[in-house]
Design a binder for this molecule. Sequence first.
Ligand SMILES: Nc1ncnc2c1ncn2[C@@H]1O[C@H](COP(=O)(O)OP(=O)(O)OP(=O)(O)O)[C@@H](O)[C@H]1O
Length: 341
Amino acid sequence: MTQGLVVDDVTVRFGEQVAVDAVDLDLAVGQVLSVLGPSGCGKSTLLRVIAGLQTVQSGTVRFAGADVTAVPTHKRGFGLMFQDGQLFDHLDVAGNIAYPLRRQGVSRGDRAARVAELLDLVGLGGYAKRRVSTLSGGQQQRVALARALAPRPRLLLLDEPLSALDRDLRERLAADLRTILVATGTTALLVTHDHDEALTVADRLALMVAGRIVTTGPADKVWHAPVDRTTARLLGYRDEVDAASWSAAGLPQLVGEGSIMLRDNAFRVDADGPLSAQVKESAVRSSGAALRVDMEGVGVVSAVADDPAGLAVGQRVRLVFNPHASARLPVEQSTTADLGA
Ligand SMILES: Nc1ncnc2c1ncn2[C@@H]1O[C@H](COP(=O)(O)OP(=O)(O)OP(=O)(O)O)[C@@H](O)[C@H]1O
């Protein structure tokens, strides 16, 4: 594994407040890492440190083995992309994408070829001459991505790149972003508060809470093994049921103490399902229905249904359990966990 980014024991304080607290982070070349955390946890500050936009109280940032902690932003060879694309209104789409290449002294012919290649990559072939102010929010972020990739940065830093977009668009663009990063072999670090976005884009996840990285590891491992209640909630697990009542209710696969964390789709309505519950709330969704149901011995939990018809409050329904939408919470709460390579 080629050595990429190594953040070692970095701390940033603003007055009394510790925004980034002794953070260690590794990112191998060619990999994509998402730093996922709630608003105010310090993830933008951490990204700004890596970018060279924020000085540190202590710690180092290295890339490819060299200490870059004191290297100015423009000499790090990193690309940046923010929530608001920060495009240049006075330039057209091609002009925006070519801008960093022009500054590097790339010839006109080579610039044009690279711009055409990038427009195809981000799905904007034919948009070269459009003014950026006439583009949709999603198209503007595609241009911002193309501009950030144009100089072939050795590390791409993305700060909530999709957060300004509405849900459907965000989902589509997150999938495209992943495809583009993989196709170009780009080493990238993305910070976000959106667990779906983090998971769609990344190979690895680092969970950040109150200035500290509390879990790192392969995205699927982190996703299925929250180390404590806080990280479980961060990963989208909502309901919590203690193991004793879970077993008493006849639910499968569980031994010992602790509790079970459940996603909203942990139970699904199925006429042949082995479980029974009463509907407490029911909301129609594009995918069917989102329910809150009261299950004897377990309490009120979320469930989903493919067909929203006939799911009135008070009605009894049969349910099946989806173990992939649940996680066992360890009894001992650890402060940090490295879930491996
Ligand atoms: N320049 C600054 N001066 C003082 N405090 C700051 C500064 N920048 C950030 N902070 C504080 O440091 C903490 C971490 O902020 P940061 O922006 O890194 O969090 P975040 O996780 O990116 O949150 P968000 O997603 O809301 O931007 C916050 O409490 C914030 O108020």
